[in-house]
Design a protein around this ligand. Structure first.
Ligand code: HEM
Length: 419
């Protein structure tokens, strides 16, 4: 509970392990054989090595593809909106982010009904995702209605004979495929199940996080105005036109410099994230904490850090239940110093986990969500069409970004060029 102690847990990665627990949970949830060292030597390490494709230069390439795919989808879905169109917000975020992420990571489905194929996968994904908290809680899948069948159908989409038909997928997915081919004991179904698990990791949190970012912006007109101003300013200063042209390009530096957009996004992540960071003690030992404090741990004991407590701590964040879009800005720059009881915190925002269990897709996730909001606000007037409170649905507490308890209608319309 005390964020000043987090560092002692996080840096003790030898004695406080995470992967064994994650491996057990993921293999059961996504239906692939556990990554046992004896059966699949170095598979875990090999899969971890290719997370490099989600950082540095490869991150720029994959982000550019995501930007292009997002624009194609906005153009296909929304370019007729010369008058107000009304949609449900979660459904909208889900439809745009799922398809853009899918095409960016796995490739375009070339058939004439390519959009339809992806929306069928998405609809099954939504059904599976609704059971995710139960699977994570160890409820046998046989007790969860159609979940077992839906999971099997989802996994079948990722069989090699289907994946080889998809065009222009990412290096990270290609590299995963190459690695799986080296393990003869992995059946075709197992490899497909691994691909499905990666799909879940790449959209399962991004979709609800995008929803909250959009929802809070629309609920707070001053935030919306500030972020839109920043976006328009960037477009103007780089000589790019908004309107009917869907070919905006943003460099990594430009994305990084959108401080209002980033702050608004961080603020919504602070409010909707509920990732628990779990570690399991590998041996009997004494964990030294700050000062003279210590805890005796036995082999197999669990430690859980729960950053949502930190995110909602009024000593760190004044009025923590209030959305303040500029909380992460100081003197026009990114604010990275936060205090508790007069002491500077090393960790103050942890939606992506920590240390050995930190999300490898975090840079891509931030870029994707920024690009979605950028395009939405650059091209459209957007407003809520319903006045109802949307609350966090706590049923997946501890497991990542919380979903909304209800969906809400919003409307959008192409912005006139002069506005
Ligand atoms: C808002 C979006 C996202 C959030 C909040 C998020 C959060 C997290 C967290 C908290 C973990 C650690 C899980 C744990 O402690 O049990 C994790 C793991 C992971 N994430 Fe993300 N994630 C996001 C987006 C993404 C994206 C876009 C990708 C890939 C393209 C991705 C790929 C992964 C993978 C592969 C793991 C497992 C890492 C491992 O093997 O240890 N995530 N994520």
């Amino acid at each position: 509970m005390d964020p000043f102690q987090y560092v002692y847990v996080i840096r003790n990665s030898k004695q406080l392990e995470f992967h064994e627990f994650a491996n057990k949970m993921a293999s059961k949830t996504f239906d692939y054989p556990a990554l046992s060292k004896a059966k699949f030597p170095d598979l875990k390490e090999n899969l971890h090595r290719i997370y490099q494709y989600l950082q540095g230069k490869p991150l720029d390439i994959i982000s550019d593809h995501m930007m292009k795919n997002l624009q194609d989808i906005f153009e296909w879905k929304c370019s007729q909106a010369t008058d107000w169109e009304t949609e449900k917000m979660y459904k909208f975020c889900c439809s745009v982010m799922f398809e853009a992420s899918f095409v960016t990571l796995y490739g375009r489905v070339p058939a004439a009904d390519g959009h339809k194929v992806i929306s069928e996968i998405r609809d099954k994904f939504i059904k599976f995702d609704a059971s995710f908290p139960y699977l994570a809680a160890n409820i046998p899948i046989e007790l969860l209605g159609a979940t077992k069948r839906v999971r099997k159908e989802l996994i079948h989409h990722f069989l090699l004979q289907n994946m080889t038909k998809w065009l222009g997928g990412s290096k990270v997915v290609q590299a995963r495929q190459d690695i799986f081919e080296k393990y003869e004991l992995l059946r075709d179904y197992d490899k497909a199940a691994h691909h499905f698990a990666f799909l879940w990791a790449s959209v399962g949190n991004t979709i609800p996080a995008t929803f909250w970012a959009m929802y809070y912006l629309l609920r707070h007109p001053e935030a919306l105005a500030a972020v839109r101003d920043e976006i328009d300013h960037l477009l103007q200063s780089t000589g790019q036109k908004r309107g009917s042209m869907y070919n905006i390009h943003l460099t990594r530096e430009q994305l990084d410099n959108l401080v209002y957009l980033e702050s608004a996004l961080n603020e919504s992540l602070r409010m909707c994230s509920s990732s628990m960071n779990i570690r399991i003690s590998q041996e009997d030992f004494v964990l030294k904490l700050e000062g003279d404090q210590e805890v005796s741990l036995r082999r197999g004991d669990w430690i859980a850090l729960y950053p949502q407590i930190l995110h909602m701590d009024p000593e760190v964040y004044e009025d923590p239940k209030e959305y303040k879009f500029d909380r992460y800005i100081e003197n026009g720059k990114k604010k990275t110093t936060f205090y508790k009881a007069g002491r500077k915190l090393k960790y103050f925002l942890m939606p992506f986990g920590s240390g050995i269990s930190m999300c490898p897709g975090r840079f891509l996730a931030m870029n994707e969500m920024k690009m979605f909001l950028f395009l939405l606000l650059a091209h459209f007037d957007v407003e809520l069409a319903e006045n109802k409170a949307v609350r966090l649905d706590n049923s997946r507490m501890g497991l990542g970004i919380l979903l909304p308890d209800v969906d809400i209608a919003f409307r959008y319309k192409l912005r006139s060029l002069g506005k």
